[in-house]
Design a protein around this ligand. Structure first.
Ligand SMILES: Cc1cc2nc3c(=O)[nH]c(=O)nc-3n(C[C@H](O)[C@H](O)[C@H](O)COP(=O)(O)O)c2cc1C
Length: 207
C-alpha cells in the first residue's frame, strides 16, 4: 500500500511574507514523527495557485458528483488538496482574524478533504489564536477532523516588523525552538493518531 501523504501548506500569500519560514520551522519538528510512522510530507504553497476571490458558478459541495469546476485555477487547487491524506495548515492572522487569502482558499474546497485530518498552526504578533479558532470552526463545520493541539506561534516583540518584512527574527526562532517545539510535536502526534483512524466526517454541518 502506498504511504499516506501529509501536505504541509503555507497559507499566506503576500509577495513579501514570513509564512515559508514558519512552515520550515514546523517541518523540522513534524518530519521525524511523521516519516518514522511511514507518512510522507509534501510542501504545498498556496501562493503558487494564484486563486482569485472565489469566482466559480458552482458550489464546491457540488463537485465532483453534481458539477465540475469551470476554471483551471480551481481544478489545480482542488486536485492538489485531494491527493493528500492529511494536512498541516500554517496560517497567519490579519486584523484579529483569519487572513482573507486563507479563507478564500478554504472556500474553494469541500469534498477534497472532508473527513480527513488536519492540524492548524497559527502565527502572528499574538500567535494568531483568533485566526486559529476561526479556521478550526470552518474546517470542523466542513467535516474535517481537526487535531486538538493547535500551536500558536507569537513573534517576539522586536521581531514583529522583521516578520512583516518577510524574515523570521533570530530571537523569535530561538524562543520558538525552546518554547514551542513540544507543542508542535504534540500536534504532529495528534495528526498521526487521526491519520490512523477512518475518514469519517466529524461534526459535518453539510450533507
Ligand atoms: C494586514 C495585516 C494585518 C495584521 N494583523 C495582525 C493581527 O491582527 N494579529 C497578528 O497577530 N498579527 C497581525 N499582523 C502581523 C502579521 O502576523 C505579520 O505581518 C506576519 O508576517 C504575517 O504573515 P505573512 O508574512 O506570512 O503574511 C498583520 C499583518 C498584516 C499585513
Amino acid at each position: 500500500m502506498a504511504s499516506k501523504s501529509v501536505a504541509l501548506i503555507t497559507m499566506s500569500t503576500r509577495g513579501t511574507r514570513v509564512g515559508p519560514s514558519v512552515s520550515s520551522f514546523v517541518e523540522k519538528i513534524i518530519e521525524k514523527p511523521l516519516t518514522s510512522a511511514g507518512f510522507t510530507i509534501a510542501n504545498v504553497d498556496l501562493v503558487k495557485f494564484n486563486l482569485p476571490v472565489y469566482n466559480e458558478p458552482v458550489a464546491p459541495a457540488m463537485v465532483p458528483d453534481k458539477a465540475q469546476f469551470k476554471y483551471e485555477h480551481s481544478r489545480a487547487w482542488s486536485a492538489e488538496i485531494k491527493k493528500h491524506d492529511g494536512y498541516v495548515l500554517v496560517i497567519p492572522e490579519y486584523n484579529y482574524s483569519v487572513a482573507g487569502g486563507t479563507k478564500n482558499a478554504i472556500d474553494y474546497l469541500m469534498n477534497e478533504w472532508k473527513g480527513k485530518p488536519v492540524a492548524i498552526v497559527s502565527y502572528g504578533t499574538r500567535g494568531g489564536t483568533s485566526a486559529s479558532e476561526q479556521v478550526k470552526g470552518a474546517l470542523s463545520g466542513m467535516g474535517l477532523r481537526v487535531a486538538e493541539t493547535r500551536p500558536a506561534l507569537a513573534f517576539n516583540q522586536p521581531d514583529i516588523f522583521t516578520a512583516i518584512g518577510g524574515k523570521l527574527g533570530d530571537a523569535t526562532l530561538k524562543a520558538w525552538e525552546a518554547e514551542q517545539t513540544a507543542n508542535v510535536a504534540k500536534a504532529a502526534e495528534d495528526l498521526k493518531d487521526l491519520l490512523m483512524q477512518p475518514n469519517t466526517p466529524a461534526n459535518a454541518l453539510r450533507p
